[in-house]
Ligand binder design. Sequence first.
Ligand code: SIN
Length: 483
Amino acid sequence: MNMISKKFPAAALIDGQWITSAKTFSVSDPATGAEVATVPDLGAGDATRAIDAARRALPAWSAKTAKERGAILKRWFDLLTAETETLAQLMTTEQGKPLAEARAEVAYGASFIEWFAEEGKRAYGRTIPTTAASKRYLTIKQPIGVVAAIAPWNFPIAMITRKVAPALASGCTIVVKPAAETPLCALAIAKLAMDAGLPAGVLNIVTTTDAPAVGKVFCDDSRVRKLSFTGSTEVGKVLYRQCADTVKKLTLELGGNAPLVVFDDADLDQAVAGAMASKYRNAGQTCVCANRILVQSGIYDRFAAALVEAVKKLVVGPGLEAGTNMGPLISSEAIAKVETLVSDAVKQGAKVLTGGALDAAGPLFYRPSVVGDVTPDMSIVREEIFGPVAALVRFDTEADAIRLANDTPFGLAAYVFTQNLSRAWRVAERLDAGMVGVNEGIFSNEVVPFGGVKESGLGREGAAEGLEEYLEVKYICLGAIDA
Ligand code: SIN
């Protein structure tokens, strides 16, 4: 069989079988353009077969106790953690992020499995005080059923485990479509799940380049009771519409346009560190990356200078090379988008303070950049950059900052830097965002609810809220009680 490495098959997973196909697609290293592996290019029929398998596996899997399911998840966590180095290398090779970030993502991805292995045991129902002497009311929580998940390329492990772990912990079975750019990590962690003792059909992985066809099967099949998607708002809206006919439950983690607000009373070092962490992680390719850095006039020049100094220290290069802390972007389309946004901003009066061009490391490497004198009407702050460019917008008052920050259809993440506690509370409460970092640029982990408002999505992942997404509430009325 075609293998990714000695341990991991380059094959899709349906009903516990590793599936090959005459039609394949190539996965390449964004740092070098070299082919890393080929994997099966499956279609609509295969997606239906995967749903068949997940449906068949559902009764036995959901009948297990949460403790039994948790024990398998715990073994999966142990196996995945033991393979950290292999998985991190694989991730860097197919996605491009520096090895240190890839290792951190393996740990982040594994943390969802460990956490939901326990949280699945806490799917509590309620007893509700009665309104009639002869009746008693209670609720139980039950798995929603077969789940379909569509995962993005920017976090090839964590965005899968953030969906799969709560689904499996709650007793659901699942079919996953990984991104065509990064299927290898998905297949590797699926192999480890099988090694951990996951029964056939509970987890299925459909690799494909035909996302619209496979996505349509997921949406149209009435046996799929829940769709979880992480990706663009544009695609999320299509899936949302397509799921209407079967009235599926949806979790949508969509695009963002995060404001990072730096007030005059911020601690400068804290604000720069927060902006660096939020903006340049994964070369700016996260949904929660600071997309608009709103800086109050009194600190603007000092902040811009300090940010430029910090950005100049970033080392750009292939993620596998020691010392690299920023890798390539995922594709030539991503590069073209960043180049257009920067050149349009410059034409309209913005100034490149550092970067603003391709890096000598290769065609998919863009220099970490800071662009100043950006105004709120420019595309660079109205669209999601998804690249390593910090766009600085000047503002005068707190009211201006809140108005500018909320002037977007998106509402995923926001960041506020101030030493004034009252202002921190006030602004955090007034920002239209699902998540707010106060004096902090990194806030994601397994125990907190990740998700957005407005066109950034529906539902939450991680935390107790993330388990609820895979559960239905059933109300039971016990009648004829002889009181
Ligand atoms: C994302 O970009 O969607 C995920 C980022 C995170 O989990 O912190």
